[in-house]
Design a protein around this ligand. Sequence first.
Ligand SMILES: Cc1cc2nc3c(=O)[nH]c(=O)nc-3n(C[C@H](O)[C@H](O)[C@H](O)COP(=O)(O)OP(=O)(O)OC[C@H]3O[C@@H](n4cnc5c(N)ncnc54)[C@H](O)[C@@H]3O)c2cc1C
Length: 464
Amino acid sequence: MKKISEEVISRLNSIVGSGNVLTTQEDMEPYSHDELPTLKFMPDVVVKPRTSKEIAGIMKLANELEISVTPRGLGTGLSGGALPIHGGIVISLERMNEILEIDEANMVAVIEPGVIVGDLNKAVEEQGLFYPPDPASLDSCSIGGNIAHNAGGARAVKYGITRNYVLGLEVVLPTGEIIRHGGKFVKNVSGYNLTQYFIGSEGTLGIVTKIILKLVPLPQYSVDLLVPFNDFHQAAEVVTKIMGEKRIIPVVLEFMDKAGVQACETFLGRELPFSNAEAQLIIGLDGNDKDELDKLIEVIGEICFENDAEDVLVADSKFAKDSLWEARRILLETLKAISDQVEVEDVVVPRSRIPDLISMTTRLSEEYGLPIVNWGHAGDGNVHVAILKKDIDENTWNEKFEGLVQAIFDGVVEMGGTITGEHGVGYLKKKYLPKVVGETEIALMKKIKNALDPKNILNPEKIF
Ligand SMILES: Cc1cc2nc3c(=O)[nH]c(=O)nc-3n(C[C@H](O)[C@H](O)[C@H](O)COP(=O)(O)OP(=O)(O)OC[C@H]3O[C@@H](n4cnc5c(N)ncnc54)[C@H](O)[C@@H]3O)c2cc1C
């Protein structure tokens, strides 16, 4: 890949305006990393376009000169997807941050990719509408990043993931052409579903510049339950009974282990409820019929107590809900505060195998001598396994860490799971992809990439 010359900078200036081209090390530093603690790659130049036409101009220039281009949302990624591995141009979508339309009649929103997800949530809720995907980073990540990673969140159990809400996209292809696909409708079988191709493609097939999202009615009532257990297997049994036996689909079904809750307690410097419990479940329910919701709480409460829950705390006000979610929300921040290096694996197993996964990570943590904290989405089998370096010396860490990750991934695959459910493959996990995707399938993915990006200039070194 070619380096950037003064002439290229001047052509970029004329496309986006000189105020939107960054070239000093100091200005570009924030664009050299995401939320991963260890990886850093400096871009040669950062550009902040305002329109898809400007992005098309940048891509045409990059194609002509074979310069690599890395799209970037708001940099909260956890797999190195937005890192410019070969330097080159970083295109930051931060200025394309307008909610263009909330169309109540058709229950859709038309938005630009740089919109912060939490801002979209609030804007549609003001109209009595609901955009359910809720990654824990929603107050700091962009919808474009969510589309690139097909982000999930706690509400995925009932409402699904980003992919389920995208009706149409405008995309700038690596060659600089602009395509539009889909519209303000759910049904569409006119040719290949190009919209879905780009979702989860991690910014390697095109740059998303406009999005049409499906909205649903905002449920009138919601309630959250916090349920502590002294035996992790009892908590897992409750999950199976609620969903598998009673066929109740909660909005959220999250869990945290004791190590996680106790770390938050130390971080906050005050007691948290039931911090001695081996596991805590957070169960969220919603609906439009208050009596129906009360009945569900009763049924779930019975199941919990039959399985030796210590208590069932019910929160239906914002204040009560916020305090119930406190530990879960600050967990990653807490872990980063107690350990200068935290590596979070984002594995998925069939829901019923979560207890096996936790037993496995507990055993491996002892075997490798590296502390592990588990938490995540019990309702959909997506578990975050955080490996903490703490004060372990560099040599031991380097010696042990890779083996531990390999062992976790191998175990997950054996359980019928996969290596990433939300955070994406990016740069960090590409060497593990062959564990879960076959040779022929990877070859097909490469053919798709090559068809769209024959010069391999858009976000190279990602996924495979
Ligand atoms: C505390 C914390 C909690 C998190 N919780 C969750 C969670 O619950 N669920 C979850 O799914 N993720 C979670 N994440 C990960 C991260 O927030 C998501 O992956 C998010 O989607 C990234 O969005 P971003 O705007 O920050 O994208 P970036 O990090 O800037 O980029 C991510 C990827 O998207 C590509 N990209 C960005 N914008 C575009 C565009 N317009 N067109 C094409 N490609 C683009 C980039 O090239 C890169 O590959 C969490 C992260 C943190 C730090």
